[in-house]
Design a protein around this ligand. Sequence first.
Ligand code: SF4
Ligand code: SF4
Length: 384
Amino acid sequence: MTGTRVYVIRCGGYEQTEEALRSVLAQMGGMGRFVRPGERILLKANLLRPAPPESAVCTHPAVVEAVAKLVQEAGGRAVITDSPGGALQKESTLRHLYEKTGMAQAAARSGAELSYDASTRLVSIPRGKALHQAEVITPAAEADGVFDLCKMKTHVLMGMTGAVKNSFGIIPGLSKVGFHGSHPDRTDFADVVLDLTSFLSPRLSIMDGVLAMEGEGPGASGTPRQVGLLLVSENPLALDVAAAEIMGLPRDSNPLLLAAQRRGLTPNRAEDVELVGGSWEELRIPDYRFPSNVRRDLMEFLGPLAGPAKKLCKAILSQTPKIQPERCVGCGICQKACPGKAITLEGGKAKVHPASCIRCFCCHELCPQKAVALKRGPLGRLLK
Ligand code: SF4
Ligand code: SF4
């Protein structure tokens, strides 16, 4: 990850996306700097689940369409894909995903290809810390270059999701469950996504912050918020530093930046980012709403604890998912996505068994019905 420059451009509506991106790319020396004729460029959008553009769950199709056009104009071949959570990676899953998220339309309008390749490849990650190899979706392994088209969103586990976290989507479908199970701590999980980003090495990261998400993101429980910004950088970490600063996410609630700092990855602080197109003072959003989650600083303090002691403290202090039966339709998505095997379906409704729960919040993230609430115990409420 190199470069410290982040370009910010105001974009009041998605109809202005193409013009805004053309203007940024011109300042960056043109798309020809990032695409050579004949190359297959993977447009790695954030397509968490089959959700419509107005829900702000996924990267907006207008952003993907505009980038695809620019790639094609530079002589490249744009290929759109992602691997959604909570579902098997297969052609029918991808077809449904592309229809619901507007990607099918974005591809038809721009001439980009939609990838239905559901196969996987084992790749090595030479600079990995938590991962030295991983099974990833084949299009990510075979692309000549990758563009990281992420979304500005809050995230109940990681505080926010942006360019770095977007790389987790290259882990195929339900295999994501295993990663949450083997790295339940957000600190460890931050290392996983930093490793996957080092493998992906996106040539460009572009954040859709036009209709962003605040509150209990990153799934259906989050609230869309008009922010009207696009952020562009050659360095996904720099882009996330800038987004966190604009959103106002406290550093101690941002495990990705803390992990980057521990690993000596830069930039990991706003003062080390070169912002083009505005100043922090003008861009900061004072009232951005973050998930009402656990006292993160306290959880960091508990970091040195190990084994059962840590698990107990986490269980007492952290939030626990609770199903709201009046909303639950018994679709079973949460059960499939649960690494702790802590969810059963009883009488057509999901039920969480807290003793087995590792607090990864995948159920909350993926439930399409907003049926998973996050509740604290009495001590957690007191400490909040
Ligand atoms: S809680 Fe949500 S994801 Fe789980 S079964 Fe109910 S509706 Fe489906
Ligand atoms: S119940 Fe939800 S938060 Fe708990 S382990 Fe399962 S998916 Fe994760």
